[in-house]
Design a protein around this ligand. Structure first.
Ligand code: AMP
Ligand code: MG
Length: 650
């Protein structure tokens, strides 16, 4: 094998965020009126320096500064007050999913809430009510233990449950000021990285790739941020079902806080995933010979402890749920050429989401060694490494949960809960935990591969997956894309418009092959002649499979082929927010004071599968862009804008 194809793996035929669809009906609630809760802070222990919200509130804001916080999951801390915040844009899909009525973004309360100036649910006079907080976590950064990290510039305001969908989200402001977790940094975010996060969060969700979301982007004209130069500050109001990361367990493990590990695991199972009974069913017992019955899903709630001989307890099932979710997400990243760029354990979500966007990118020219992170010299977080890196991170989580996983049916013994592992049991428990983690690793690979194959099958326009497709269709065209330096996402979109009856002869196929080339020529090895030959040969194999899946094996009707093209366009985006496009938007907002360009890129990001946008109506508003702009943003990447890299100074 050239390089493990595992590294190009993913799934889902769904093409738009499930939650977006579910919340279709228009809501009229304002940000003041949406239902709010503070479950996280009510169930988990706070920083003992500020035992109550009132203790934090009475402390001058600039006295809340970086320090080590122990025995706690969070600190109560309010956002920094900011002068003259300017709301630049909102995501209409986010408004809908949160149950906030269209137009509420024009109110002063909305603007001040998402800027951090207005606290929702807090009674200033009585000093009581719900209060904002910042999480404590740690993490392995570039493979090294980095100690305490935490929400250094993100502050959560409240949770809100959309009454129509029943989904609970936690709303958080990124760039809201210093917290105990800011380390040596300033607690601020610059406009350019905020624009990037605002757009990509919503773009990923619209592509059907699990992601944290973005509600709004606010410019802070009075906040000057020192990076390489002085830049304007900004706040993204972002939200998701859970902001917990592997790093939340890492820090507890590093401090040997087994009580809190158990407490947090229980919180994740019960309050994030909705109950132990929703977690996956049994794995095969690693201590038993192979002929044990196949794994079951959804075992009854009263069986969660399992028979005494079972090695798998509910903590293992929680671990498996987290592993499976991450396998699905990384599979989708591979199928859509998305790279996070900094996959440290503190940037790996327990809910299995794309999270914390720094130097991320969508793949331009297909290159498995590409990393969007300018400072990642070892290519640790390159495209091809993402699946194995996420697994590396998940092993750290397995280690944090190791004692609970390895304890099997002893896990609820009062003595085990109180005193931990007895010395004479330690080896057995470690051995069992290791075996289970290895086994879950196999499950990770299987879920990942299955999702990757599903997603790629759909992207290639096939209805079925045959084992031979992996090498003959997937790997062979990826190798060709790599050597010819073809654009990954444009390839699939353009393939969606290729008609099967245009591919009948070798000559016709070679002719058609050029649709995948840059208009200024083939830059990769072999040039145009080699390109036509290679792509032409591949198109022949692809055509055969389309004839099998959509026609009768020999022929295909026009209607069948059109149906195939429509299906392909629903999974192959016409628009992805690439590095060069985001750079252009950033310049136009910063230098030219443009604002509408943000609404336009957001609309394209929310509706990525459309053929065109200008003059049409989306989310109840006419799209007032011009054809030139959208054509540029959906065509060849300009030569100098390909495979851009970003530094981490956001
Ligand atoms: P990241 O690389 O963005 O995931 O950040 C790693 C850690 O550094 C997290 O704990 C962040 O909260 C923290 N951090 C990053 N940038 C800042 C900043 N400007 N101010 C405070 N903390 C920051
Ligand atoms: Mg982070």
């Amino acid at each position: 094998m050239k390089y493990l194809r595992l590294a190009q793996m993913a799934s889902q035929f769904s093409t738009s965020g499930a939650t977006t669809q579910a919340a279709n009906a228009t809501s009229t609630a304002s940000i003041n009126d949406i239902p709010k809760s503070w479950t996280f802070t009510s169930k988990l222990p706070p920083d003992s320096l500020f035992p109550t919200p009132a203790d934090s509130h009475k402390t001058p804001r600039d006295h809340i500064v970086p320090r080590q916080v122990r025995d706690a999951l969070f600190t109560w801390v309010r956002p920094q007050h900011v002068e003259r915040p300017e709301l630049l844009a909102v995501s209409p899909a986010a408004m809908r999913d949160l149950g906030i009525g269209e137009g509420d973004e024009k109110t002063e309360d909305f603007v001040q809430t998402v800027a951090g100036n207005k606290l929702q649910g807090w009674d200033e006079e009585k000093l009581e009510g719900g209060y904002p907080w910042a999480q404590c976590y740690g993490g392995f950064q570039f493979g090294q233990w980095a100690g305490q990290l935490g929400d250094g510039r993100a502050i959560s305001l409240f949770e809100t449950t959309n009454p129509k969908t029943g989904v609970r989200y936690e709303l958080q402001l990124k760039g809201a000021g210093l917290t105990p977790y800011s380390r040596f940094a300033d607690g601020k975010a610059v406009l350019r990285s905020s624009i990037r996060e605002f757009v990509v969060s919503e773009a990923l969700n619209a592509l059907g790739i699990p992601s944290t979301r973005a509600l709004s982007l606010t410019l802070l004209p009075e906040v000057k941020v020192r990076r390489e130069t002085i830049e304007p500050g900004a706040i993204v109001a972002r939200f998701t079902q859970s902001w917990l990361r592997i790093g939340n367990f890492d820090i507890l493990r590093a401090r040997g806080d087994r009580g809190l590990i158990r407490k947090l695991a229980t919180y994740v199972a019960e309050d994030v995933f909705g109950g132990w009974e929703t977690l996956p069913g049994r794995l095969e017992d690693p201590d038993k010979p192979k002929e044990s019955p196949p794994p079951k899903r959804n075992i009854p709630a009263d069986a969660i402890e399992g028979p005494p001989e079972s090695a798998e307890n509910r903590f293992t099932r929680l671990y498996r749920e987290i592993v499976r979710r991450n396998a699905l997400t990384v599979a989708k990243w591979q199928a859509y050429g998305f790279m996070n760029g900094v996959l440290n354990t503190d940037n790996t979500s327990l809910y299995g989401l794309s999270i914390d966007f720094g130097p991320f990118a969508f793949m331009d020219n297909f290159d498995p060694n590409y990393t969007p992170n300018h400072d990642d010299f070892m290519l640790r977080y390159s495209y091809r490494n993402q699946p194995s890196i996420i697994w590396w991170n998940l092993v750290r989580l397995g280690e944090a949960l190791g004692e609970s996983i390895g304890a099997g049916s002893q896990v609820d013994d009062p003595k085990f809960i109180e005193d931990g592992v007895k010395e004479e049991d330690a080896n057995g428990i470690i051995e069992r935990a290791e075996k289970i983690i290895m086994q879950v690793g196999e499950e990770y690979k299987a879920v990942f591969l299955d999702e990757y194959k599903k997603a790629m099958t759909a992207r290639f326009g096939l209805k079925t997956y045959k084992d031979s497709d992996f090498d003959d269709l997937f790997s062979s065209i990826l190798d060709t894309m790599e050597s010819l330096e073809l654009d990954f996402n444009l390839f699939f979109r353009r393939l969606s418009s290729v008609k099967v009856d245009e591919l009948e002869t070798e000559g016709a196929r070679q002719d058609r092959a050029s649709v995948f080339f840059y208009s200024d020529g083939v830059t990769g090895a072999g040039g145009e002649a080699e390109g036509r030959k290679k792509v032409g040969e591949w198109l022949d194999k692809w055509r055969q499979r389309i004839l099998e899946d959509w026609g009768d094996g020999q022929t295909i009707s026009n209607e069948q082929d059109e149906e195939r093209m429509r299906a392909m366009k629903k999974v192959n985006p016409n628009f992805v927010p690439r590095g060069w496009i985001l750079d252009e938007v950033i310049k136009r907002v910063e230098k030219n004071n443009e604002r509408d360009v943000l609404d336009r890129i957001m609309t394209m990001a929310l509706h990525p599968f459309e053929e065109s946008w200008a003059g049409r109506t989306f989310d109840g508003k006419e799209y007032k862009g011009d054809i030139d702009e959208e054509t540029r943003w959906t065509s060849d990447v300009p030569r100098l804008g390909r495979a851009m890299q970003c530094s981490c100074s956001s």
